[in-house]
Design a protein around this ligand. Structure first.
Ligand SMILES: O=C(O)CCC(=O)C(=O)O
Length: 201
């Protein structure tokens, strides 16, 4: 079994956690096929969240898939997982085989254009355990992934998430770093992101 960590994959974070970027985890042809299938067959939902006492649309569409009876709460939403589709299962297997990790669910985000975004947050929900491994795949348009250290405000990073790329977040990263996908002024088509996670209870 492959383990990409054994191939001297560099950690992009300077301290306090691990983040690995594997560009071309999927080829350009594979990425286009995966993107088209996900766009068509995923049950995309527009959820609302409460902000400053008002219900507003989340600035993206989302979906939640996983093994039976997996529920997940984030941003005040409580989601019950739909069963993995064959494609979601295949993507999971490919990541698990390459990293010797295991996942039981996936959160999908559809950023329809440059105005869609994800605010600053850490994936630190208690269901994920204290130092989760999260694998994040990107398809469609390239978007910027921003990172900032929670305590040391001078520590900031930005990486381009190109189609077919995989980001792996590990170790204490979620304790010390926030991440976000900001809106952009440059017009762009949609992007699909999948974050495979292991829900512990
Ligand atoms: O779209 C992305 O790359 C980020 C997704 C993310 O931060 C999340 O699902 O928690």
């Amino acid at each position: 079994m492959n383990n990409l960590f054994n191939q001297n994959q560099p950690n992009i974070l300077p301290c306090d956690g691990e983040l690995y970027l594997i560009e071309n985890f999927f080829s350009s042809i594979e990425s286009k096929q995966i993107y088209t299938t996900l766009l068509e067959e995923i049950d995309w939902q527009q959820y609302q969240i409460k902000m400053f006492g008002k219900m507003i649309n989340q600035p993206r569409l989302t979906a939640w898939y996983g093994e039976e009876n997996i529920a997940y709460s984030y941003s005040g939403l409580s989601l019950n997982a739909l069963p993995f589709t064959p494609l979601l299962e295949n993507l999971r297997t490919k990541i698990e085989e390459n990293f010797q990790a295991s996942f039981n669910s996936v959160l999908l985000n559809l950023y329809r254009n440059e105005k869609d975004s994800m605010g600053w947050h850490a994936d630190d929900e208690k269901e994920l355990g204290s130092s989760p491994i999260i694998a994040s795949l990107s398809f469609g348009s390239t978007r910027k992934f921003l990172l900032k250290h929670k305590q040391d405000k001078a520590l900031k990073l930005g990486i381009n998430l190109t189609p077919g790329s995989l980001v792996l977040m590990k170790g204490t990263m979620q304790h010390h770093w926030l991440h976000a996908i900001p809106k952009t002024t440059i017009n762009c088509d949609s992007r699909i992101n999948l974050t495979y996670r292991k829900i512990l209870f």
